[in-house]
Design a protein around this ligand. Sequence first.
Ligand code: SAM
Ligand code: SF4
Length: 469
Amino acid sequence: MTLTTTQTFIDHQRIEALLRSPATTPDPGRVGELLDRAMDLKGLTTEEAAVLTRVTDPEAIGRMYEVARTIKDTIYGRRLVIFAPLYISNICQNECLYCGFRASNRDLDRRALDAPEITQQVQALIDQGHKRVLLVAGEGYPEDGFDYVLRAVRAVYAAGEGAANIRRVNVNVAPLTIEEFRRLAGEAIGTYQLFQETYHHPTYLEVHAGGRKRDYAWRLEAMDRAMEAGIDDVGIGVLFGLADWRFEILAMLEHAQHLETQFGVGPHTISVPRLEPAPGAPLATDPPQPVSDDEFKRIVAILRIAVPYTGIILSTRESIAMRRAAFDLGVSQISAGSRTEPGGYAAAHPGHERESCQFALGDHRSLDEVIGDCARLGYIPSFCTACYRLGRTGADFMDLAKPGAIKSHCDPNALATFMEYLLDYASEDTQRAGRQCIDRALADLPTAAASRARQMLAEVQAGRRDVFC
Ligand code: SAM
Ligand code: SF4
């Protein structure tokens, strides 16, 4: 049965009406009043966000950026959480017209890494200094089916030695049944991530030409199943460039509100991938509704204002310049040193010289270069995994985050894990920039957090690892 657009909690007619309604016209008084109120960190309703998506006046956009910056600074300070994607398989049965992994792309070198290969890749990430991995796969596992994913998560956690290890595995794989989500939760994953790609149902059907992924509702309701199955932290997202970005933002906010109503907690993160050219996927080179750089910045700023406590994730799809701009406007987590082909981190494999990546990257720098750049810009790269390991997840995390209590943990944890990175993995240049960044950050912290941070930094410098509070 084909689902109609009114059968899900994404009410297309209502969203489209909101985008045209006189009630969301961005007159200067209304925009100013909304932005003033946003400083209370209570977020925005879908209607209020609709007003911001319609702002075109450069002065009002400037003010929107200022508010987004202030909110980011108040909640996240200068911290940027760092992770790397780990592509374990590019075998896929779906026909997403924008993706290099789509089933009918015959030019792709297909492979699913086995456990020793996963260990080898993870070791390469650990040797760079990574502590958080996002495990990614196409939809179509080798003969052991979904168990392949479970085994892969175990292989990632088992790799490395002592504190030189991966401490949090987030997972981005196709929607699962409740039972499968229960088994995934049993592997102690961090966040389960899944992007709706587009919330616009007619566009969804156009760009998902075949395979299980054509089922819009199965994907849309995946987070409900994940949360019912005991996964506390879920991450949603849109692949920008497929449909009107204004529609996507409002629909994504409706999704967040749906989760909040059903489970008492909204998404832990929102990802903002933008379409990049992909081998064997012409649609990706010629996006149906391209998003300009200016619009992309507005997307980040509006989300930061609308859902202040939800992390915003930016990948290496974006260029260095866009990444720098987006850190400032609200991004709180970034990938670095990424490869989007299975086996991309360790030495090249003979016989695998054909194209095997998912899409082209905009930022090709190594982890060390990204970290050095962040530090020079005054951002504190954080490898912290404390919340997840101490059970501060889901509603418990939000209960701490909303009154601002989490900051007294996040700042010292970020500094301690950054120092660990500097001592064990950084180049001389990055070390120098990093130490200066840490000194500046300590000077800006409130007294109690600064003294906790100093003590933790001293422990790391004395040789202790994995110090967190
Ligand atoms: N196969 C699973 C799925 O589709 O949900 C898991 C992850 S898929 C490998 C990761 C994400 O890559 C997709 O959700 C999509 O948003 C993104 N993606 C696919 N093609 C892309 C492209 N050409 N440019 C940027 N992002 C792309
Ligand atoms: Fe497969 Fe995911 Fe790519 Fe679609 S986006 S073709 S499901 S890997």
